[in-house]
Design a protein around this ligand. Structure first.
Ligand code: COA
Length: 374
């Protein structure tokens, strides 16, 4: 048996960003147009007018201030209200591969490794741009990796489930180094015309390199233990997924073909599930809350994270103990906890413990307990 370690991480951040102010202006212009179009039906009481969104609500309800997107112009055009992404030829690299390669190269550079040193690519994400061939195999080819790749999807928990799968293969010896990559093009499956959720998501890609601990070239994080759990729920659901409305071929515009959630129920049901999952995982590994230097949580909602942090640590967490990135990136599905880990882990000292946790649709929750090694 080998010991797995995280030796590098990388984040690809799209060039365009959208502030809450810009988003709300576009949404409200769209709502005004719709209300003008439907003026008669509204006056006759047949349909309700669309209400305006507000920056104050978005920050208060979620903590989100900004999001990055692969295409800004379509999202902010009240006549389009979705990303305008070009339909790619089958011989062009896919958009997920493009995002993934940048994140993978950063992870490899941090670890002092080259693509040739890797023998497994797992593309773990909420939405895949096609059924097959697997995106992971395209990423493998783009990077020039020998070995194999496969896709997996456990929605927002995809990254931690992917880390568990890779860590287990490294433990057993079937692979020597694995890239777990999370290209999340959330803008393609968000309903930007729905006031209840139009502010939630952003695009990003993260990558995590996992190797045998003895192969690490620099400071790294030993993976002490991983734990995954799932429990079926329809409260976060997407019946079709990727980029449906971005396609020019007139497919049916059905609301259930994009991301949907019952946010209140998610709060009520997921919070106890996640808090208990983390506490049980720590207890079975003999890690007390006082031993934990950092919590890198899934980045969906600030109130949610504040609640989980307090439950796990038994007190109000300090800002640096539980870093949030959702104010800048919004919810980036499976990538959120890895962005937090990537940006806020260098300062840990030899022997410090931390825990990465993601959770979301499924329901699903995954946690990874790590130890810093210099
Ligand atoms: N601007 C202004 N008001 C808005 C609004 C907007 N963009 N969106 C909703 N509102 C209104 C609602 O209509 C509602 O009004 P009412 O009280 O008159 O009915 C009110 O604000 C409260 O709405 P509610 O949906 O209860 O808000 P909330 O506090 O639950 O926050 C979420 C909404 C989605 C941010 C929150 O529920 C959440 O984050 N849930 C979990 C998310 C999560 O983890 N999902 C996983 C996805 S991977």
């Amino acid at each position: 048996m080998y010991t797995p370690a995280i030796t590098g991480t990388g984040v690809f951040t799209p060039q365009s960003s959208i502030s809450n102010a810009e988003l709300v202006v576009a949404f409200n212009a769209y709502a005004d147009r719709k209300n003008a179009e439907n003026a008669q039906a509204i006056a006759a009481g047949e349909i309700e007018p669309m209400q305006h969104s507000s920056e104050e609500f978005i920050v208060k309800a979620s903590g989100i201030e900004n999001r990055y997107v692969m295409d800004k112009s379509g999202v902010l055009d009240p006549e389009i209200m979705h990303p305008s992404l070009r339909q790619r030829d089958d011989n062009d690299p896919g958009i997920m591969t493009e995002m993934a390669v940048d994140a993978c190269n950063k992870a490899l550079a941090q670890a002092g490794r080259r693509a040739e040193d890797v023998d497994l690519v797992i593309c773990a994400a909420s939405n895949h741009e096609r059924a097959y061939p697997a995106i992971a195999i395209e990423i493998q080819q783009a990077l020039g990796i020998d070995g194999f790749g496969f896709d997996m999807n456990v929605a927002c928990s995809s990254a931690t489930f992917g880390i568990q799968a890779a860590a287990d293969m490294i433990r057993s010896g079937s692979v020597r180094a694995a890239l777990v990559v999370n290209p999340e093009i959330c803008s393609g499956h968000l309903e930007w015309r729905d006031r209840d959720c139009h502010f939630i998501f952003g695009d990003v890609a993260t990558a995590t390199l996992i190797e045998r601990i003895e192969d690490a070239q620099g400071p790294h994080f030993e993976i002490l233990s991983t734990r995954c759990a799932t429990q079926f729920s329809n409260n976060i659901r997407n019946n079709n997924g990727f980029l449906r409305r971005s396609r020019p071929d007139g497919l049916v515009d059905r609301r259930d073909m994009q991301f949907m959630q019952n946010g209140r129920k998610v709060f009520k049901e997921v919070l106890p599930m996640v808090s208990k999952h983390i506490s049980d995982h720590m207890e079975s590994e003999g890690i007390a809350s006082g031993d934990l230097k950092r919590l890198w949580l899934h980045q969906a909602n600030k109130t949610m994270n504040d609640f989980i942090g307090k439950k796990v640590l038994g007190r109000e967490p300090e800002a640096d103990e539980q870093p949030n990135i959702l104010q800048d990136y919004a919810n980036t599905s499976s990538a959120g906890s890895i962005i937090a880990f990537s940006k806020y882990s260098d300062d840990l000292e030899d022997g410090d413990h931390g825990l990465i946790c993601s959770f979301g649709a499924g329901y699903s929750v995954g946690s990874v307990i790590v130890k810093r090694c210099e």
